[in-house]
Design a binder for this molecule. Structure first.
Ligand code: NAP
Length: 597
């Protein structure tokens, strides 16, 4: 027999849910899956609007990404002044970040602070993973089950499950025979790990590895880095927040945040929309790239308008970074191995590091190129490649995530007629606005596939989604509407627009997790929306203003509004004339534009 979850608490907003001990009880307005930044703000927002809401969270605490990813060196790669909530001025005023890029423990403290400040934990059930959610058409509610065999019902199901929360299933032959310790960066022990005096191997050179390698290298007797594909990494130049930056921010945080949100990436990056690298004198290119490199982080991404589109312009930045790698790594052969060659700059998420390249100058660090000597297997002592045996006391797997869809399609999600999300997404995730899925009424995804999400400052994307969803739920409630569902037609039109936004760029050229390329068998499709957060926000605003264009809205079985179109348009900025032929060529090749006669 199913045991129904009771979200017992004294708060009035939960009055409906506190009675929820049987299938006959009133379902709560919204169940939020996940208590990372998205889930926490969603809960706070809905409560403030007088809706009954509760959360389920697999971890023992809040924080999501920052709860799980406790590996040494973990820190944010967007500046903390921008990577923090802006929805509450008092919260904003009382929190002072210690560094430009806050480390994981501080980010987790911030998450805890937000949870405590807004008294969120009383409505979150921890240690509880959602295993299934089925839409009950007759009752117009979601029936949700957990891995502990408990159940609950809700009118709206909000998936705040994170874009990078489920590690890939990567394993290696013989891994279970290895007698040393095995760690995953994404599931790091809470008590920490002391590598002092140990021989450590690490597999992977993505952001997680790039952040942890310098720290592990400083502790371990020996560190062997197994690299399959080198990545581009820029220096964070981390440290205390420069007084001038803090002053600029604190003079008017509202305007500062508004300016961040009014960018493609959701953070201030001095993006240059007009100057082309291919039309700039070499000495001016160098000066600009040096200036941005010295500033640090992602700033170099915005240097020129053509690097994301024109391979020749991209090559200029690639060569600049290759020079920087050579400057930092003493051994030219190691520098060469660390230099990316198989993908244009920016087409995989670039990394932001503190001392990554310099770590390879240490006598106790060795770089193994898995393309030259493929990993054959683990054995009791360590790793055997095609060339050698390596003995380890500990191995770290920094092998990445089943991004964007992994946390959603691992839930047995079934919509109208019992259709499974896995089947709906068999050829890649299909959503309307990255917010809803056709055939899955009253189910929202915060920063879901098809939204700007991972291409942006996640907190700003989260705030925009939470506020849009909250407005939508209030609108439904006020009009006594019981369900909202993306129409198949609007979903198809949005998917086409997502494809149009990325096709002109170089982004599809990399075997990135954006493309699902890191998970064997996953459909190859560029999952986030590359049209920019500012444009996307405007599209979502238009959709809501047109009485939820593209959605079917019902009251019980009665259809109140049936919109099958998506006509909202992103504001199109100026596109440099020189790039137009390339853009047209790529859109045509992708079948998104008819070929010229
Ligand atoms: P990732 O970027 O996907 O990197 C995984 C690494 O593991 C890659 O180097 C990959 O090599 C390697 N790998 C995977 N399977 C392998 C195998 N079977 N054999 C050998 N190597 C293998 O994962 P991540 O480093 O965890 O980062 C994921 C994303 O999380 C980042 O891009 C970023 O968005 C986010 N993140 C952010 C921060 C931050 O904000 N500070 C920090 C960490 C992560 P290939 O490239 O050859 O597949």
């Amino acid at each position: 027999m199913i045991k129904y979850i009771s979200f017992m608490n004294k708060d009035t907003t939960m009055a409906a849910s506190s009675k929820h001990t049987s299938p006959d009880a009133q379902p709560i307005d919204a169940l939020i899956v996940g208590a990372g930044f998205a889930g926490m703000y969603m809960l706070h927002k809905l409560r403030g609007l007088g809706l009954s809401a509760a959360g389920l969270e697999a971890g023992r605490g809040v924080g999501g990404t920052w709860y799980w990813n406790r590996y040494p060196g973990a820190r944010v790669d967007i500046q903390s002044l921008e990577y923090s909530f802006g929805f509450d001025e008092d919260l904003e005023a009382e929190w002072r970040w210690s560094e430009r890029y806050a480390p994981q423990p501080e980010l987790l403290r911030y998450a805890e602070h937000v949870a405590d400040r807004f008294d969120l934990k009383r409505d979150i059930r921890f240690n509880t993973r959602v295993s299934a959610a089925h839409w009950d058409e007759a009752a117009q509610v979601w029936q949700v089950e957990t891995d502990a065999g408990a159940a609950t019902r809700c009118r709206h199901l909000i998936l705040a499950t994170g874009c990078l929360s489920i590690p890939t299933d990567v394993t290696f032959p013989g891994l279970d025979t290895f007698t040393g310790e095995v760690y995953r960066t994404s599931r790091w022990p809470h008590e920490g790990v002391d590598f002092s005096g140990k021989r450590v191997g690490i597999i992977g050179t993505g952001s997680s590895a790039i952040q942890s390698i310098p720290i592990i290298a400083g502790q371990a007797a020996r560190l062997t880095v197994f690299q399959r594909t080198p990545n581009y990494s820029m220096p964070a130049h981390n440290g205390p927040i420069p007084e001038a930056d803090f002053e600029a921010w604190s003079r008017d945080p509202r305007s500062y945040r508004a300016a961040s949100k009014d960018t493609g990436g959701g953070f201030q990056n001095e993006a240059n929309a007009a100057t082309l690298a291919t039309e700039t004198a070499p000495e001016d290119i160098k000066a600009e790239l040096e200036r941005r490199w010295a500033w640090g982080g992602f700033r170099i991404l915005g240097a020129f308008a053509d690097t994301a589109i024109d391979p020749e312009a991209n090559r200029i930045v690639q060569d600049f970074i290759a020079g920087k790698i050579r400057q930092q790594v003493a051994d030219p052969a190691v520098a060469e191995r660390l230099t990316p060659k198989d993908h244009p700059f920016g087409t995989k998420r670039p990394c932001v590091d503190t001392g990554y390249y310099a770590a390879f100058n240490r006598p106790n660090v060795e770089l193994i190129d898995l393309r030259a000597e493929p990993l054959r297997e683990f054995n009791a002592h360590g790793i055997r490649t095609e060339a050698r045996d390596y003995a380890f006391d500990a191995v770290v797997l920094a092998t990445g995530f089943d991004a964007m869809t992994g946390a959603i399609d691992r839930i047995d999600l079934r919509g109208v007629g019992g259709r499974r999300i896995k089947d709906h997404w068999a050829e890649g995730p299909r959503t309307y606005l990255g917010l809803m899925v056709s055939g899955f009424p009253n189910m929202f995804t915060i920063t879901g596939p098809g939204s700007p999400s991972v291409l942006t400052n996640m907190i700003n994307s989260i705030e925009q989604h939470v506020e849009w969803i909250a407005d939508c739920l209030v609108s439904l409630k006020q009009r006594q509407q019981t369900s909202i569902e993306a129409s198949a037609e609007a979903e198809a039109a949005w998917c086409q627009h997502v494809a149009e936004a990325v096709a002109p760029t170089l982004l599809p050229q990399a075997n990135s997790w954006y493309m699902g390329a890191n998970v064997p068998g996953k459909p190859r499709m560029f999952m986030p929306y590359a049209g920019g957060l500012n444009n996307y926000t405007e599209i979502c605003r238009q959709v809501a203003a047109k009485d939820y264009e593209g959605f079917i809205i019902r009251q019980g079985n009665r259809v109140l509004s049936d919109s099958r179109v998506f006509t909202s348009q992103p504001p199109i900025g100026e596109i440099p004339e020189k790039l137009m032929p390339l853009i047209v060529e790529r859109l045509t090749a992708a079948g998104l534009m008819p070929a010229a006669q």
